[in-house]
Design a protein around this ligand. Structure first.
Ligand code: BMA
Length: 871
């Protein structure tokens, strides 16, 4: 035990200062409780667990080691108590874990010296998931049932010098939800998926833990984020936040006000200096110092006192979204006595422009005075197993988003308020955040206990996030306004459920946002027509945001995207299979078939694989090899989303944003994602990098016309020739046209619209390649590719290892015929390819850089595919 205490002491960070008598002494220390804990199943005599009909092991499980931050399932997997829930159908076999109660325990050491005098101890945990009781040396110090409310409690009376025992007992959220369902005055239903933990809407837990149409049901329990014991004398900061605004009264001068709120707690009277300073790198830009005095607050768990200061800043460098400028960040250092904290800010204005116009009511963001075309995607949690949600993964996924020319990410309401590093990365990468509150695809209760809990959550999360310049908008929930029309009970009694909706989102959540962050818009739901508007905006493209799912869920062809011109499309998506490499991580080769049971298990959208196959039959000559099927599934996904984005971008300024569903995956699965579970780029992601380019030319066939539009999302006009060439299947030119155009900043300009009958070739006999000087290029088929007699091109492919041995260069050129959607893949090498899914015209040559990730070029198993190679 002695060695363990020594080990624990290494985790203690001490800060010294000067006490009231001018003597130097410890003022606070952080005892970090991250690391190894013990996990064991808990059973009690009240019959809580095990249930009589229990599945899984008959005897109580544990103890086994559990890493904190971390979760039950990850620990049981590491201890080989459960099999890999991502492999095959194992998810079903591990359902028992979420039905049981678990305790996390460990010890920590405190010095007698540190506990003397006025010292107080606080247990702090960012997130306990979910129905949890914390005991210290046998005393219950905290109880919580909302993983989105951080725990911060005074445990002074429970601790002692020397070794202390801490235990966090998690009762099954699955069983707690079922119990709550029985106590509700009337039913509150939610959307139900194939594998589902029921009544998930009654516990404040990540909603997709209970199963979703792209994710497994893994009802994890765990401790996430920072956790530890703070020992402090004098006041401690409990929150510090601020968000600069441009000073309205300065005329031409660029003066900004940075209001900073510092919340603190102290157990004894104090008198200290509060210092708030702003830094640009190492340079101090502004500072204020004020005396602050306070009294005893008794250590209750909420805000005890707050202090508000304002800094004035002249001409700061402005923060811009990706593609619009740089992302300079300034650091705010806050010191209250000896207690310090810090956060970053960026200087920019943002407005949501909802104004009546000729076609309805606008919906777009204006940043630093420029009207932004929002390009991006929806984000779901980075992994179903919280232990695996690592910072490196966040960096990889978000950097790939920036690389694909995106400027906005929607943090979807069925997931989680993300960790600090997510928002830091968004600040640094210029990704604006559409932040949902965590409610999704469901009705929710408005009982007092529920509203009280959500009030704490909304306050805590708004304060935690509002300083980030990336946050663009707060949104009440995902699809819950629409959900009022999904269930028999709410259809029969709309008034009751609408009142519940209003109380929860406008009353509790919206009120917290408006009080704490009045400068930012609060949107009632996604989709919605606007503030205070309860109409069903599902398919209304005249105002508000839209979720457009007729292509996919209703099985419409890609032309369905031409039927709507959303003001702002915050969701639309099309599925594809992940690469064979990913498929191998969940299924044996005997299941390499779209209708094999394990492919259907790793597909959660009803009729999902059927829609993929149906679409293939609609557009392509059917590929009979599974690897080709996987490849074509990715081609058609890229085509679908490109169709929508190209068209809506061409409808600027009526349409002003497209966030596709979805960026990432929580496990290896067939889904709408553009990045696979391991970060590998699907063809959609390569296509997104092209179709989100700030300067873009688009070409498409709509209403029997070939349409070409040039788009300029920069702040300078662009002039030049647009050349449209029609080429036959051997790549020979059958006709061309040219136009000289000038496109004003931040606008789209029609180049041409030709009736199909006036084209130099039948749509089955040619495709179009469009070049706008040397600034943009695109190409398109004029009809379904299956109707065209493509010629098998002869490809010359060479591969050479780079000098570092870790990279290779693949060079491809085509002879005699074009190669469409040309793609290099590997089942062995790392997943980074510099380009993929491109058109290669005869005589053209392309170099693709491949990162080998430790695999030699000989064994990398590189394959080149293109449309004509699949049949
Ligand atoms: C949306 C989302 C998710 C869902 C997706 C695909 O509407 O909000 O709930 O996963 O559709 O069906």
């Amino acid at each position: 035990m002695g060695s363990m205490i020594r080990q624990l002491k290494n985790q203690i960070k001490r800060v010294t200062g000067t006490n009231r008598h001018g003597r130097s002494e410890m003022t606070h220390q952080w005892v970090d409780l991250a690391g190894a804990w013990e996990l064991r199943e808990v059973t009690d005599k009240n019959g809580n667990s095990p249930p009589s009909e229990r599945s899984g092991p008959a005897e109580p499980v544990g103890p086994v080691p559990v890493a904190v931050p971390g979760d039950t399932h990850s620990a049981l997997l590491a201890a080989e108590v459960i099999p890999d829930p991502y492999w095959g159908g194992n998810e079903i076999a591990v359902q028992w874990v979420g039905e049981r109660d678990w305790s996390f325990t460990r010890t920590f050491a405190l010095d007698a010296d540190d506990l003397s005098g006025d010292a107080h101890c606080y247990f702090r945990a960012e997130s306990l998931d979910t129905v949890a009781a914390v005991t210290v040396n046998g005393h219950v110090v905290a109880e919580t049932d909302n993983m989105f409310v951080p725990v911060d409690v005074d445990i002074t009376d429970a601790v002692r010098a020397g070794e202390n025992e801490i235990a966090v007992l998690f009762r099954s959220a699955d069983r707690e939800a079922a119990r709550r369902a029985e106590s509700l005055p009337y039913p509150v239903p939610h959307q139900v998926y194939d594998v589902q933990s029921m009544h998930r809407n009654l516990v404040r837990k990540v909603q997709c833990h209970s199963g979703w149409d792209w994710g497994p049901a893994l009802m994890v329990a765990g401790i996430y984020g920072e956790v530890g014991v703070l020992v402090a004398e004098g006041p401690v900061i409990t929150a510090a936040y601020g968000y600069p605004r441009r000073d309205a009264d300065t005329g031409d001068r660029d003066r900004w006000i940075l209001p900073v709120t510092v919340e603190y707690r102290a157990a004894a009277p104090f008198e200290v200096t509060l210092e708030v300073s702003l830094f640009d790198g190492d340079r101090s830009v502004a500072v204020t110092r004020q005396p602050v005095a306070g009294g005893s607050n008794g250590g209750s768990r909420h805000v005890e006192a707050k202090h508000h200061v304002e800094l004035t800043v002249e001409s700061p460098s402005l923060w811009w979204p990706n593609g619009y400028g740089e992302q300079p960040l300034y650091r705010v250092n806050v010191r209250l006595g000896e207690y310090k904290t810090t956060f970053s800010v960026g200087f920019r204005t943002i407005q949501l422009i909802n104004e009546d116009d000729d076609t309805g009511r606008s919906m777009y963001f204006r940043v630093n005075g420029r009207d932004l075309w929002a390009k991006g995607m929806n984000w779901i949690p980075s992994d179903s197993l919280p232990l695996r949600q690592r910072d490196e993964r966040y960096a990889e996924l978000l950097s790939a988003s920036r690389e694909a020319n995106m400027n906005m990410v929607r943090v979807w309401g069925g997931g989680q308020y993300e960790r600090q590093s997510f928002y830091d990365l968004c600040d640094q990468l210029g990704l604006l955040v559409w932040q949902d509150f965590m409610f999704s695809c469901s009705l929710y209760p408005s009982t007092e206990w529920f509203l009280d809990s959500v009030a704490l959550e909304a306050e805590a999360q708004t304060k935690r996030l509002l300083s980030h310049p990336s946050i663009a908008i707060w949104c009440g929930n995902n699809e819950n306004l629409g959900a009022l029309g999904w269930f028999d009970v709410s259809i029969a009694n709309p008034g009751r459920y609408l009142i519940d909706f209003d109380r929860l989102y406008n009353g509790v959540v919206g009120k917290a946002v408006r009080r704490l962050d009045p400068g930012r818009p609060f949107w009632p739901s996604s989709p919605a027509a606007g503030e205070g508007d309860f109409s069903d905006n599902w398919h209304d493209d005249s105002s508000g945001d839209m979720h457009y799912w007729s292509v996919w869920h209703e099985g419409k062809s890609f032309d369905g995207y031409y039927e709507v011109t959303p003001r702002f499309c915050s969701e639309f998506g099309f599925q594809s299979f992940p690469s064979l490499h990913s498929i191998r991580t969940y299924a044996p080769e005997s299941h390499f078939n779209p209708t094999a049971p394990l492919q259907e298990h790793h597909q959660r959208s009803p009729r999902g694989n059927t829609v993929v196959a149906e679409t293939m039959a609609r557009y392509f000559r059917f590929p009979f090899d599974f690897a080709d099927f996987v490849y074509i599934s990715q081609v058609q996904q890229a085509m679908a989303i490109q169709t929508a984005v190209d068209y809506w971008r061409s409808r600027r300024p009526h349409s002003m944003g497209a966030l596709y569903w979805q960026l990432n995956d929580v496990w290896p699965v067939v889904s709408w994602s553009s990045l696979e579970y391991d970060g590998r780029w699907k063809l959609l992601h390569f296509a997104a990098r092209r179709f989100f380019e700030p300067v873009r030319v688009v070409a498409y066939v709509k209403d029997e016309h070939f349409v070409c539009v040039a788009i300029n999302d920069t702040d300078a006009a662009i002039s030049g020739d647009v050349t449209i060439r029609f080429l036959d299947w051997a790549g020979g030119e059958v006709g061309s046209t040219r136009a000289n155009i000038t496109v004003a900043p931040d606008s789209a300009e029609a180049v041409s619209a030709m009736a199909l009958g006036d084209l130099p070739a039948d749509p089955t006999g040619a495709f179009a390649v469009v070049e706008w000087s040397d600034v943009a290029r695109t190409w398109t088929f004029l009809t379904e590719p299956k109707r065209c007699e493509l010629i098998q091109p002869r490809l010359i492919v060479t591969a050479a290892a780079g000098s570092d041995g870790d990279h290779a260069r693949v060079t491809i050129s085509a002879e005699d015929a074009p190669a469409f959607w040309t793609t290099v893949e590997s089942t062995k090498a790392e997943h980074r390819f510099s380009e993929n899914g491109f058109l290669l015209l005869p005589g053209e040559r392309r170099d693709i850089d491949v990162s080998l990730g430790g695999v030699s070029l000989d064994t990398a198993d590189l394959t080149v595919r293109h449309l004509r190679s699949t049949y």
